[in-house]
Ligand binder design. Structure first.
Ligand SMILES: [Mg+2]
Length: 242
């Protein structure tokens, strides 16, 4: 398979750092329109799935505004803000029911069983491991802990280190997260590559630390961006000259 982006392939790194959510982990439909409608119904809300695009847009805006105020501090309040924005965007209802629905969604986000691995994850990790590349997790962990995720998906054969914003206290793109992994594994920044789905958090954050970075653009939304970019982890080995 041919890498989709420019600037690829790059030299094989010593270390590949992966983002979790929407990179390795696929959230279930619990966190999309059907799940919100189901959860809302448990508390008497009649949410309208047809409003999902607008609700999602409102959630992005609310998250951006929240981060503008909090800066790069790890923020356990972000998920409730996103859940509230989506519920209101889907029609909302009495404040108590909205609150209960949001709390149930936030609780569900904290459990690994509500996520799956994308189909391309294990084959990719296997190829990288065979090539002698070490792998680590760098996550703005909202809800689920890294140890729980590694255990639940039996990733311990592949992942040799992990750093989450919950433990470091700041979120990507802050350098402290990337540097914590590099220091713990004694790898130079130039010998590491970050792979994630966020241009701001994963790609720009890693580049600012002197690491390489590849955007995983699963939905092809960022085509044309002047940065190394793949649309599937099946493309990653070739993108890393493996
Ligand atoms: Mg992500």
């Amino acid at each position: 398979m041919t890498p989709a982006g420019p600037l690829l392939p790059m030299p094989t790194p010593e270390l590949v750092m992966f983002d979790l959510d929407y990179t390795l982990l696929r959230p279930s439909d619990q966190f999309e329109a059907p799940g919100y409608v189901r959860t809302g119904a448990r508390f008497g809300l009649e949410l309208d799935a047809a409003h999902w695009p607008l609700a999602e847009h409102a959630a992005y805006a609310a998250a951006r505004e929240r981060r503008r105020r909090t800066g790069l501090v790890h923020d356990d309040g972000l998920l409730p803000v996103i859940a509230h924005a989506i519920i209101e965007g889907l029609g909302g209802g009495p404040p108590g029911a909205v609150e209960q629905t949001a709390a149930a969604i936030v609780d569900a986000w904290g459990r690994a069983e509500n996520f799956g691995l994308y189909d391309d994850v294990l084959p990719c990790l296997g190829v990288l491991r065979s090539a002698g590349v070490r792998m680590a997790l760098v996550s703005n962990a909202l809800g689920h802990g890294l140890e729980e995720v590694v255990a639940h998906f039996a990733l311990d054969d592949f992942i040799c280190a992990g750093v989450s914003s919950a433990s470091v206290g700041v979120v990507k793109p802050a350098a402290a997260l990337f540097e914590a992994v590099l220091v713990s594994l004694d790898v130079a920044a130039a010998a590491a590559v970050m792979v994630g789905d966020s241009v701001e958090d994963d790609v720009k954050g890693a580049l600012a630390c002197g690491c390489g970075a590849i955007l995983l653009d699963r939905n092809g939304r960022v085509s044309g961006a002047p940065l190394p970019r793949i649309e599937s982890l099946a493309e990653l080995p070739a993108a890393l000259s493996i």
